[in-house]
Design a protein around this ligand. Structure first.
Ligand code: SAM
Length: 215
């Protein structure tokens, strides 16, 4: 279980600092000619600003009823229609192949094992147009950051503590109120291997949201 429903009630505050990715995904959506799908849509933080300028209904998959309810309410407040589907991204199935499938805010790291990710990548490959794009963002593990943060109580955003389990490539986030969530990081080669087994081709690899190419 990577996502405690109680974490969802603090998600708006938790994600408040994450704004840099929105223009990146909006730009991709504006260039995509066809259906748009967000995996792990959460509260619609990215899908709503994607739907606004494109005028298109974004399909959003999420396994959490509480997050989907937040997305429904926020979309209604923004006057935007989202096609929200409670489902697991490992079992992605679309009626129509997508032009763009995207997964912001390292949500693929919510999948614990390589095989969970392989299933997701294979479902993406089966659900995307031949000229379509699958885009996600993740972080690279940095031992210096891990050493600094491990076990340290942090007040920012929502008071919390993170613990690193390096042998399991897992980060456990515990909010002071008891809510939990976990992330399983992956290396660049693992991501490239996932593209390979799913029959997808790497088009670009960026080191951030400004378009700088990753070396
Ligand atoms: C960090 S939030 C990301 C939300 C949103 N994409 C954003 O950028 O703000 C992670 C989301 O992943 C969802 N999630 C976790 N595991 C999932 C799975 N196997 N299938 C679908 N959604 C999942 C959680 O319910 C949660 O809403």
């Amino acid at each position: 279980m990577s996502w405690d429903e109680a974490f969802g009630s603090r998600y708006e505050e938790w994600s408040a600092h994450m704004t840099a990715d929105v223009a990146f995904y909006v730009d991709l959506a504006q260039r995509a000619d066809g259906p748009l799908v967000e995996l792990a849509i959460g509260n619609g933080r990215v899908a709503i600003p994607v739907a606004q300028p494109t005028g298109r209904r974004v399909a959003g998959i999420d396994s959490s009823p509480a997050m989907l309810e937040q997305a429904r309410v926020r979309a209604a407040e923004a006057g935007v229609e989202l096609d929200l589907r409670q489902s697991d991204m490992r079992a992605l199935a679309l009626d129509e192949p997508a032009a763009l499938i995207y997964c912001p805010f390292r949500a693929l790291l919510r999948l614990p094992t390589w095989s969970d990710r392989r299933r997701t990548f294979e479902r993406v490959a089966a659900s995307i147009r031949p000229d379509g794009c699958f885009v996600w963002n993740a972080f690279a593990f940095d031992h210096r950051i891990a050493a600094r943060l491990d076990g340290e109580h942090q007040e920012e955003l929502v008071p919390h503590t993170v613990r690193y389990s390096v042998g399991a490539n897992r980060i456990d986030i515990s909010l002071d109120d008891g809510a939990q969530s976990s992330l399983w990081w992956a290396t660049k080669n693992e991501w490239l291997g996932l593209l390979d087994v799913a029959g997808l081709e790497l088009q670009a690899l960026y080191s951030g949201f400004s378009g700088a190419v990753c070396r």
